[in-house]
Design a protein around this ligand. Structure first.
Ligand code: 2AM
Length: 169
């Protein structure tokens, strides 16, 4: 099964992100990520076995994550998959440390895939017609977090859907 670790936005922030996704979609086209799927990927694990998944669920359920606040104040994009995203204009040291700590533990589970670069972002559009965010309102949002989740991704014709398998304590 295909798994990833993520932060999920609290309900009010999810709404604000949804408004930004609507504005982005009106201007740039592509596929708008549904509100319920908006997230920040901390670690993409890819395909894992059932045995590994059981271990990961137990680990995440007992994991304590330092709480924090992430400031989202800029637009960005990944050209190749046509991803338009919101994120921080400057690096976030707390998220960087969390991401490194998670990969240290994941490698202990025998998982590979630590990325060479971590760019915290919330994908709002995929396969956008335009990646020019100049006419979009500048985001200014704070994301308070206390927990991370282990998510399973299911691929459908109209995009991915996610279910939560575990939440940190
Ligand atoms: P993103 O949309 O935030 O960029 C679940 O599939 C999530 O994992 C996706 O939303 C995507 O995050 C990320 N993801 C998917 N495939 C990936 C890959 N091959 N490498 C890294 N991250 C990936």
């Amino acid at each position: 099964m295909r798994l990833f670790l993520a932060l999920v936005p609290p309900p009010e922030l999810r709404e604000r992100l949804g408004e930004l996704a609507d504005a982005a979609h009106a201007c740039c086209g592509g596929r708008r990520i549904p509100d319920e799927s908006l997230h920040l990927t901390l670690a993409f694990l890819g395909e894992v076995s059932d045995v590994q998944a059981v271990k990961l669920v137990d680990w995440v359920n007992h994991l304590a994550v330092p709480s924090g606040e992430w400031r989202l104040d800029g637009w960005g994009h990944f050209r190749r998959p046509g991803i338009l995203w919101v994120g921080g204009q400057s690096p976030d040291p707390a998220l960087d440390i969390l991401q490194r700590r998670l990969w240290d533990a994941l490698e202990g589970f025998g998982l590979a895939g630590r990325p060479t670069r971590f760019v915290p972002h919330v994908t709002l559009l995929r396969r956008a017609d335009s990646l020019d965010a100049d006419n979009l309102p500048t985001p200014d949002l704070i994301w308070p977090y206390r927990h991370l989740v282990l998510m399973r991704s299911f691929t459908h014709d109209d995009g991915a859907r996610y279910t939560t398998l575990a939440r940190s304590s």
